[in-house]
Ligand binder design. Structure first.
Ligand code: PMP
Ligand code: GLN
Length: 379
């Protein structure tokens, strides 16, 4: 078989989590919490399956869940979304993103991605027959460089993919960035695939900027969310996509033949939990900011240079004062020799990274974070 993705191997998350397990290392690599999801949510899942929510849901998702989501979007973002025509529940944001790309990108279309970017974007674009045009984020702060982005737009550009809060760097878009993006996509008639899975994990009084809040963006965007992040259930693989009716209709045409539906009892549990605890997502920012701060404080005497993450549950540590070893080698070496696993950022970019940084996930219990920091301080 001639591979359709000749340059793709097994994802860095799978490889580093496996290496961490093999070495008995503290696993701050793949992004997932090491603590339990809210008890009420787990009980709701048990109840949902015991009460018979075990057959196919409607293709677009359970109406009760989509209604809760529309209500949430009104409360948290101040936007009105029609749950019937604009929300689709999907088996994970990864599938939602894939379907949005498949529905929009034709052979030869160019899609701008901002490096470093999440590892599923470029392969999704390639499988659709498109071309990923990689534009690096600015070196310091990993923020969008609008001049370079503008210079990358051609008559074949169909879509731009953005991710705020940003995995792997923890940077976030500002209001000015969103204004720039809106001008750009209106001028060039582009679609936007906006990965907002970490929307509630924003720190230091900053506010998440969603494409749903800019009218010009709202009309052209697929916005993607993941319950895995918001409710600490990455293994439930459920998310949703918000897009205007015409885009949603096209996304659903693909979704119905990729997965058809997301898992029914999981959707019922999420709908029940959101009805009982509608403010739960709003508490996440403070919860994770405390974890970030604990981790950074515990590293205060280390040799790492640290710029606090603005969002996500990832913290970059700059190791340039310690060694010039390339990031992918160093993260394997430290997993084996020190017993702390992290993620290199080079697999997220086309070009080798300018900065010498590794990504550490702080969605872990305080004890685990302190234990890892103690080891990292000895380097
Ligand atoms: N986008 C980003 C930036 C992510 O970090 C993740 C987490 N895996 C996803 C998308 C995919 O989310 P899901 O697990 O819901 O597919
Ligand atoms: N999003 C998670 C991370 O960045 C991992 C998801 C995956 O393993 N595909 O670590």
């Amino acid at each position: 078989l001639q591979s359709k993705l000749p340059n793709v191997g097994t994802t860095i998350f799978t490889r580093m989590s496996a290496m961490a397990a093999e070495c008995g290392a503290i696993n701050l690599s793949q992004g997932f919490p090491d603590f339990e999801a809210p008890l009420g949510l787990r009980e709701a899942l048990a109840r949902a399956t015991m009460e018979g929510h075990n057959q196919y849901a409607p293709m677009a998702g359970l109406p009760a869940l989509r209604e809760q989501l529309a209500h949430q979007l009104q409360v948290t973002r101040g936007v009105r979304v029609n749950p019937d025509t604009e929300i689709t529940v999907v088996p994970g944001a990864t599938e939602g993103i894939y379907c949005a790309v498949m529905a929009s990108v034709r052979s030869g279309d160019e899609v701008v991605v901002l490096d470093p970017c999440y590892d599923s974007y470029a392969p999704s674009i390639e499988l659709a027959g498109g071309v990923a045009v990689h534009v690096p984020l600015s070196e310091d702060g990993f923020t969008p460089d609008w001049q370079r982005i503008r210079a990358a737009i051609t008559s074949r550009t169909r879509m731009i993919m953005i991710n705020t809060p940003h995995n792997p760097t923890g940077s976030t878009f500002t209001v000015q960035d969103m204004d720039e993006l809106e001008r750009l996509v209106e001028e060039h008639d582009l679609l936007v695939c906006s990965d907002e899975v970490y929307e509630h994990l924003v720190y230091d009084g900053k506010r998440h900027c969603s494409v749903l809040q800019w009218e010009g963006l709202r009309q052209r965007s697929f916005a993607h969310y993941s319950f895995g992040k918001t409710f600490s259930v990455t293994g439930w693989k459920t998310g949703y996509c918000v897009a205007p009716p015409a885009l949603t209709a096209e996304l659903r045409k693909v979704h119905q033949f990729v997965a058809f539906v997301a898992v029914t009892p999981v959707q019922q549990a999420l709908a029940d939990f959101l009805a009982a605890e509608p403010n739960y997502p709003q508490g996440l920012g403070a919860f994770y900011q405390a974890k970030r701060d604990l981790f950074i404080y515990a590293l205060r005497d280390s040799r790492f240079a640290i710029t606090p993450s603005s969002g996500t549950y990832f913290q970059l540590l700059d190791y340039s004062a310690i060694t010039s070893t390339p990031d992918h080698q160093l993260c394997e070496q430290w997993t084996r020799e020190l017993g702390v696993a992290s993620i290199p950022i080079s697999p997220f970019s086309q070009e080798p990274p300018e900065r010498q940084v590794l990504r550490f996930c702080f969605a872990k219990s305080d004890e685990v974070l302190l234990q890892a920091a103690e080891i990292l301080c000895k380097i």
